[in-house]
Design a binder for this molecule. Structure first.
Ligand SMILES: [Zn+2]
Length: 428
């Protein structure tokens, strides 16, 4: 088709793709869509994202479709930048998803694989991301070379149909693993997404009804730590590092030999083992307890560690996240409380007789000088955490600091100070 017949908005299409290579755009790290659990706004139901592996026979088609999706994304970026250019246009504006969808009308004719629904989803996703980033432009999606973006082909809910043992999308038949999980479920707009190893997954957000039950035991406190990722007030532990150590040597070998693909596979394996352990632990907690209180991690714990902060953060964050959504799903009460003083206070008598400071982190067990009880450091902290959590009425979801364990004499002193101030104010 000659250039003159193409819609005006699409004439620059291939130029943009070339330009993206010339610009050396920064590496695209994440998918444009995130697959987190979230609460449905209008009802009490939840949206959970099923992530099903696509059988390898479809990888070729999906890789080609991803290149087309990248072209649409880059066109949306170019069009949006152009429309917002105040130097060239008097009526400069930021295009909404609706505007971009309108401008892309008729573009399906230029693509072999993707359809109008995918193009529109990319336009809307682009507009949302651009607004969230508060920037004039987003990164270009790269289709080739070492810095290529991970493949992403979004679609609307209605354009994927269940058929036989698989699914039908864009006139093509897809087989996925665990297809039986799709029986009788209603899904929303989803996508095909590629991971760093190159495998493709079908990501389908499905609506799930909450399954509220009553747990056999009442309350538990969880102390997040370094040696053990989590310790409960009943002394249960989730050990850290086993999966990391098990794969560290293999990973080093693969990297030394320059086997990049193998290294990525080992990374993926380690991440899956970690996620599996966290899921099993959080499931066990949810099944057992009605009230779940987690201590917020203090920076003190991060001072003395050889592990990367991000690794620990990821583990703690993932665990808190899982506990939060699983609690919501099962009708449990979940809380995050400030863990200030929780490792120093004695859980039996409340005096601040425990180890303190960075050096105190080495102390695993100690005996209270006031009441003589001996404590395991982490279990004691977890017990204090559950006490703090039960004392507070309102649930603290974020990182707000409140509900601190304060020893009796300090609390009395601060109360006096407050009253004193009040008296001064009254006098003034
Ligand atoms: Zn004591």
């Amino acid at each position: 088709m000659s250039d003159s017949l193409m819609p005006r908005s699409f004439t620059r299409f291939h130029g943009i793709v070339r330009a993206s290579r010339r610009f050396q755009p920064p590496r695209h790290t994440g998918h444009p869509q995130e697959y987190l659990q979230m609460v449905d706004a209008d009802t009490t139901s939840f949206v959970r994202t099923f992530r099903l592996k696509v059988k390898a026979e479809s990888y070729g088609w999906l890789n080609a479709a991803a290149v087309e999706a990248n072209q649409v994304w880059n066109w949306a970026n170019a069009t949006s930048i152009d429309a917002a250019d105040r130097n060239r246009r008097a009526n400069a504006k930021f295009l909404s998803g609706f505007d971009l969808c309108n401008l892309s009308a008729g573009a399906t004719a230029y693509f072999e694989r993707i359809g109008a629904d995918t193009i529109q989803r990319i336009c809307c996703e682009y507009a949302v991301k651009r607004r969230a980033a508060k920037r004039v432009r987003l990164r270009w999606r790269v289709s080739r070379g070492a810095r290529r973006s991970l493949g992403w082909v979004p679609f609307k809910a209605a354009s994927v149909k269940r058929k036989g043992v698989g699914l039908r999308f864009c006139g093509k038949f897809f087989r996925v693993f665990e297809a039986a999980r799709l029986d009788g479920v209603k899904w929303r707009d989803g996508c095909f997404a590629q991971d760093s190893v190159g495998d493709w997954f079908l990501c389908l957000p499905v609506i799930v009804r909450p399954d509220v039950t009553v747990a056999p035991r009442e309350s538990v406190g969880i102390d997040l730590g370094l040696k053990d990722i989590a310790v409960t007030s009943d002394g249960e532990r989730l050990e850290a590092g086993r999966w990391t150590h098990a794969y560290a040597e293999k990973l080093a070998n693969a990297q030394r030999r320059g086997h990049k693909r193998q290294a990525k596979r080992i990374h993926r394996k380690a991440a899956r083992c970690r996620a599996d352990a966290l899921h099993k632990f959080s499931r066990k907690i949810i099944d057992q307890y009605q009230n779940i209180v987690v201590g917020d991690v203090s920076s003190l714990k991060l001072v003395k560690t050889r592990m990367a902060k991000s690794v620990l953060d990821a583990g703690w964050g993932a665990l808190k996240n899982q506990l939060a959504y699983k609690s919501e799903h099962a009708g449990r009460r979940f809380e995050v409380v400030d863990e200030k003083y929780t490792s120093r206070a004695c859980s039996s008598c409340g005096s601040l007789s425990g180890p303190k400071g960075v050096n105190g982190l080495r102390v695993r067990e100690w005996t209270c000088s006031e009441c003589g009880d001996s404590h395991d450091r982490d279990v004691n902290a977890a017990r204090n955490i559950v006490t703090v959590g039960l004392r507070s009425r309102a649930s603290v979801r974020g990182n707000e600091s409140s509900h601190v364990v304060i020893p009796a004499e300090q609390a009395a002193a601060s109360a006096v100070a407050r009253h004193g101030q009040g008296a001064q104010h009254a006098a003034a």
